[in-house]
Design a protein around this ligand. Structure first.
Ligand SMILES: NC(=O)c1ccc[n+]([C@@H]2O[C@H](COP(=O)([O-])OP(=O)(O)OC[C@H]3O[C@@H](n4cnc5c(N)ncnc54)[C@H](OP(=O)(O)O)[C@@H]3O)[C@@H](O)[C@H]2O)c1
Length: 412
């Protein structure tokens, strides 16, 4: 029996947060004008303020309905989620994130989030993947600036290698060219909560396993760096293995690989993903290394993290929006084939606005892809999935929103 029609196409939970607000502005500006959507949160006052802001900024566009929901109450969450076809969750994942995932699986509502916490995603996979798969509910995780573009670019480059040259991909080398990683208050809070959570502590070592989120294990990963953590790539130049998002991005890209392996969309059996910061000189590489060691030390010390909190934005706020939207996000990647005499594929991603705007774009267009198309790669129907499993439709939606994604190879 067909599902009864739902009141909303999309509901945004956590709409009043820093990333949530940016996402609602993106939806109002870019998604079709007949969209039926809702903004949901616990604060009536904040939701009315946001609704007024959206009316003022986008007076001719579809305006959202307000839904009051305290995510600590499962029944309230279910009450909202069951009215929507797709749920975007931009909430504090460690505290209330699981309630939203649970409600979406229960009420067969497709779902997108930006959770980048490997232990948390791992726990959701264990708990919900099979049920969601059986009932055809797509749960797209980590669909923000970490790990949306990295996953999509890796998938696009591996597809190009396979479809244009009949080659399997041995390695994706991704270089971060430009990316600001100043955290929002919510992101910092999430780091704090993660550090205090038993799940994170229990899984600290497993999270470093490159295949921890993949349904199957891949080959051993070799970052190929020297004693200064640098790698010289003939095409991408000097690279340092000190990127902020490496663990999450690699785990997600490898999950995509594992989900697609054995299907017509597979990358190849020897696949591995390695990510680096692009640097100009050995000195630049050393400074990146020092920076990442300092961040690592801070992250490992609950006391230092608490001290640092004094200098961080409060939850709900973040980097200055006008400033950050002027700082582009840029990645370059190379897909290297198993057969070394075959051509490589060069890929790039760039978006003129900042990293949180990139997150808003990825969340909104992933929701649109689920809503209007839902054509998942590799014959997937549902489960705990990744951004790239949304396939060509998602790629085109991201491109049509002002992001540039290029693919080329020397022979073309
Ligand atoms: N992977 C990525 O690339 C990426 C990018 C951006 C953000 N993120 C992640 O996204 C998450 C949100 O970040 P943010 O900076 O937007 O955080 P934020 O500004 O603190 O927003 C959190 C949202 O969750 C809501 N919330 C929390 N507890 C709630 C409850 N009990 N009931 C109802 N609503 C509740 C808050 O509501 P109130 O407004 O009422 O407080 C707010 O709307 C963080 O975990 C961050 O790490 C990831």
């Amino acid at each position: 029996m067909a599902d009864p029609p739902r009141k909303y196409d999309i509901v945004v939970l956590g709409a009043t947060g820093y990333t949530g607000k940016l996402t609602t502005h993106f939806i109002a500006q870019r998604l079709p004008n007949d969209l039926q959507w809702a903004i949901a949160g616990r604060s009536r006052a904040k939701l009315h303020e946001l609704a007024a802001e959206l009316r003022l900024s986008h007076p001719d566009r579809s305006q959202p309905t307000i839904e009051i929901v305290d995510l600590e109450y499962q029944k309230q969450v279910e009450g909202v989620v069951q009215q929507a076809r797709v749920c975007i969750s931009v909430v504090s994942y460690w505290t209330v994130g699981t309630t939203v995932v649970d409600a979406c699986v229960r009420h067969r509502t497709d779902y997108v989030d930006t959770s980048g916490d490997i232990p948390l995603i791992h726990s959701w996979i264990k708990k919900y993947h099979e049920t969601a798969k059986a009932s055809g509910v797509a749960l797209i995780h980590a669909c923000g600036v970490f790990a949306g573009p990295e996953d999509l670019l890796s998938w696009a480059a591996a597809c190009e290698l396979r479809d244009s040259f009949g080659e399997s991909t041995k390695e994706i080398v991704l270089a971060v060219k430009e990316l600001t990683s100043d955290p929002s208050g919510g992101t910092f809070e999430s780091i704090l909560q993660g550090e205090a959570d038993q799940l994170q502590i229990d899984q600290a070592n497993e999270s470093k396993d490159p295949w921890h989120l993949s349904p199957i294990k891949g080959t051993s990963v070799s970052p190929q760096t020297n004693m200064f953590h640098l790698r010289k790539d003939p095409d991408l130049g000097l690279l340092s293995d000190s990127t902020v998002g490496i663990l999450t991005n690699r785990a997600i890209v490898h999950r995509t690989w594992g989900l697609l392996q054995g299907s017509r969309s597979e990358y190849g059996p020897n696949f591995q993903y390695n990510e680096y910061q692009s640097v100009n000189s050995t000195l630049g590489g050393l400074s990146e290394l020092i920076k990442s060691s300092v961040i690592e030390t801070l992250m490992a010390s609950p006391l230092l993290l608490r001290l640092l909190r004094l200098f961080m934005p409060a939850p709900g706020s973040g980097p200055d929006i006008k400033q950050s939207e002027k700082i582009p996000v840029k990645f370059q990647a190379i897909a290297k084939p198993d057969n070394e005499s075959s051509p490589k594929v060069f890929a790039s991603f760039s978006y003129p606005s900042g990293s949180y705007h990139t997150t808003a774009l990825f969340l909104s267009q992933a929701a649109a892809s689920l809503l209007y198309t839902k054509s998942l790669e590799g014959g997937l129907k549902g489960g705990c999935l990744t951004p790239a499993t949304l396939g060509p439709d998602f790629l085109e939606r991201v491109r049509s929103s002002g992001a540039t994604i290029t693919l080329s190879s020397p022979r073309q």
